[in-house]
Write a protein that binds this ligand. Structure first.
Ligand code: FE
Length: 293
């Protein structure tokens, strides 16, 4: 039973995106490092409206999924067909861009705290051009499970087992079979999650610290860092000296070529060039995507 270990740490780099939203990018900030199937992870966190007020005006996506998890604040999502979604504290928007979405993500507040994450997950080649789809997940639809010893786990994607009981999150059965957990642990409290041996897994600590790995060999991951695990069956997390809170994200690798140009992620250069042309010509998206909501 191979316990996963912390294999490498990715610091988050302060950057800005959209019309000037300040954020910290961990995955996606190191050139040449691809945690198949995860392309990018951004954390945004500020009490100062100047850091987020400009939002993310109209921009395209093709070939992958974006997962926005709000901890605090209120953003509105609106796409080129007028579909609108409200992202509020504790909620998740799981968006499959597929062949194309052009949308904006704009703050609906001019003061107070805005905090959350956006994760980009690749799509397999045969799903990159499928019609776009949204899943808006309300906080009440995300199971929250207490952890023995103090703490709790929110299950956004995948299934966890606690005290012999399986608890399934609202997102299931995607090709990348993602796990997306928000794990909060009291000092010393432990949470174990089992995964297929070859799945990619990483932990992003964002409050306090968590230790990763078997007792006696565990390594501490401080906040605002991503810790990539080795292959293995189990991820064991333990709350650090002052407790900790982290995302635990895992998935099945696609093992396909990745050619990315900004918000277009395809498998060949020709496909990316086609995406750029389609965007310029106004044909990125499927005007007949009535399957949207
Ligand atoms: Fe976007």
């Amino acid at each position: 039973m191979a316990q996963r270990e912390l294999r490498r740490t990715i610091e988050s780099v302060p950057t800005s995106d959209g019309a000037g939203v300040k954020l910290r990018r961990s995955l996606g900030s190191v050139r040449g490092l691809y945690l198949d199937p995860f392309l990018m992870l951004d954390e945004f966190s500020s009490d100062d409206a100047a850091d987020y007020i400009a939002g993310f005006p109209s921009h395209p996506h093709r070939g992958f999924e974006t997962v926005t998890y709000m901890l605090d604040g209120h953003m509105r999502h609106e796409d080129h067909l007028g579909h609108r979604g409200e992202l509020t504290a504790g909620g998740v928007q799981w968006m499959t861009a597929g062949r194309g979405i052009i949308h904006s993500e704009m703050p609906q507040q001019d003061r107070g705290r805005m905090r959350g994450f956006q994760l980009w997950i690749n799509l397999p080649r045969q799903e990159k051009m499928k019609p776009p789809k949204y899943r808006d997940i309300a906080p009440r639809d995300i199971p929250v499970i207490d952890v023995p010893g103090g703490g709790r786990v929110k299950v956004i994607a995948g299934t966890i087992t606690v005290d012999g009981r399986d608890v399934a999150g609202p997102i299931q059965r995607l090709t990348t079979d993602p796990t997306y957990l928000d794990v909060e642990l009291a000092p010393g409290a432990a949470f174990r999650h089992s995964l297929p041996r070859d799945y990619t897994a990483f932990v992003y600590a964002f409050e306090g610290s968590v230790a990763i790995g078997a007792d006696g060999h565990a390594e501490v991951l401080a906040d605002h860092r991503a810790g990539v695990t080795s292959e293995g069956e189990d991820v064991l997390l333990r709350g650090g000296d002052h407790g900790g809170r982290a995302l635990l994200i895992a998935g099945r690798p696609l093992r396909e070529p990745v050619v990315q140009y900004g918000p277009f992620v395809m498998t060949t250069r020709e496909e990316v060039e086609q995406a750029v042309r389609d965007y310029r010509n106004g044909t990125l998206t499927d005007a007949h995507a009535e399957e949207l909501r």
